[in-house]
Design a binder for this molecule. Structure first.
Ligand code: AMP
Ligand code: MG
Length: 420
């Protein structure tokens, strides 16, 4: 988190600092971020957690050659000609294997998931046989080795099945369970404290109806994003635009109970924007940057004694977009996630868009999936950084790179789909 000589950080007041590129800012925020620790969790609770160590299979799957169908286990050579007549000598069911071996012109009745008996290498499905007492006759050809899942074709004991740094899906935890892991080593959750400042802010349902009041919204979106990104979130509530009050809450947040403090509001340079001064007064080594992004304002980032601090803008849409761009990748990096994002996807413009300026634009937009599978994106009519009705109606952010020329409907573009 040390400033580099080239980033233009902490310019003397009065000098216009150059805008920092979004990629450079993400690199600054996520620099040195790695997993905070490892804990074991029950495999059933590991969905969404980040695997902390490579996970080897503890068993081989299938543990033996197994039947993929209901039918008869035979020797492939015996059924090269149709019809073939074979003597049924026993049965192999799932969990109840046949004890003997299959000899020439013999068959064992077998069911899906049952061990293929010694001697047999092929399963003839029951639909391709007719049975008369203990004799079966094949009624259609079956290629040798068909309908048998070979021992170890899925995974073998000792081979890594999932790698460290993977954010586990439901499918991954199925595999982990099948590999015989009752618990999984995962990165511990980053502990995040949220605080919001503003004399105008009131909690939902607790205002008096004054026109000067604003019902607070930011922490609800920030908490949702942070929890989805794997964090344990504590909302420290509202703080007045008062240096002593903000300092008191900041001191509490920095006391060691949290890994990351996320503030919203009070981040600009107005007389009532006291978050920066309060953080500095509490000993946070803080870098303030004007980031070349829209919507957004100066981003504050710093740390004190290993506790990181991220200061987001107060405008609700700005706070949310900046959290998607900076907070979510930081939280993922703090769990050792090998792909912390932001995760983008290719799409096409549904409408013409004008040339962009110096800022990377994250436009609220809606996706439309065409029959050919392509996603066509329309920016919302208003891009006001305070309009929550627009943010809620959007389902993705359309990224317009700095200095992108005017583009036409149908041109390729990049989006960040909302995943909630
Ligand atoms: P600030 O960054 O404090 O200058 O705030 C910028 C704008 O965002 C102001 O209009 C605030 O009322 C609004 N705002 C600040 N914090 C919040 C919040 N937690 N929830 C909703 N709006 C906020
Ligand atoms: Mg304010």
């Amino acid at each position: 988190m040390e400033p580099s000589a080239t980033t233009g950080m902490d310019k003397p007041a009065g000098k216009k600092a150059p805008l920092m590129g979004v990629e450079e800012a993400i690199a600054l925020v996520t620099a040195d971020a790695s997993a905070l620790g490892v804990e074991q969790v029950a495999v059933a609770l590991a969905d969404g957690r980040v695997l902390a160590q490579d996970l080897p299979a503890r068993r081989t799957q299938p543990p033996a050659d197994m039947s993929a169908m209901d039918g008869y286990a035979v020797r492939g050579a015996d059924i090269a000609q149709t019809p073939a007549r074979l003597a049924v000598i026993g049965e192999s069911a799932a969990g109840r294997p046949f004890a003997g071996a299959v000899g020439p012109n013999e068959a064992v009745r077998i069911f899906t998931g049952a061990v293929v008996p010694e001697g047999a290498d092929t399963v003839v499905i029951q639909e391709n046989t007719s049975r008369d007492g203990e004799i079966i006759t094949t009624t259609a050809p079956t290629a040798a080795l068909r309908n048998v899942r070979k021992k170890g074709c899925d995974f073998t004991a000792g081979t890594p099945g999932l790698m460290a740094g993977r954010r586990l899906t439901g499918r991954d935890i199925m595999l982990a369970a099948a590999m015989d892991h009752a618990t999984l080593p995962v990165a511990r959750r980053p502990r995040v404290a949220l605080l919001q400042t503003g004399d105008e802010l009131v909690l939902p349902g607790q205002g008096t109806g004054l026109d000067s009041e604003i019902v607070v919204s930011n922490a609800f979106g920030l908490a949702a994003l942070a929890r989805r990104a794997g964090a344990d979130v504590t909302d420290l509530g509202l703080v007045r635009d008062d240096l002593a009050a903000i300092r008191a809450v900041v001191a509490q947040a920095l006391s060691g109970a949290f890994d990351l403090v996320v503030s919203s509001g009070g981040a600009s340079v107005g007389d009532h924007d006291l978050m920066g001064p309060a953080l500095r007064a509490e000993g946070v080594e803080l870098f303030v940057h004007k980031i070349a992004l829209r919507p957004g304002k100066p981003l504050m980032f710093g740390s004190k004694s290993g506790v990181r601090v991220l200061g987001l803008p107060g405008n609700p849409v700005s706070s949310h977009v900046c959290a998607m761009v900076f907070l979510v990748p930081l939280l993922r990096a703090l769990q050792g996630d090998s792909a912390p994002g932001p995760v983008t996807a290719p799409a096409r413009l549904a409408v013409d868009v004008p040339a962009n300026d110096v800022r990377r634009d994250f436009m609220r937009a809606r996706m439309d999936r065409h029959a050919d599978g392509t996603v066509h994106v329309t920016p919302c009519a208003s891009q006001d950084s305070a309009m929550l009705s627009v943010l809620a109606a959007a389902d993705c952010l359309l990224i317009r790179p700095p200095f992108a020329p005017a583009a036409k409907a149908g041109d390729p573009c990049e989006i960040i789909p909302f995943d909630d």
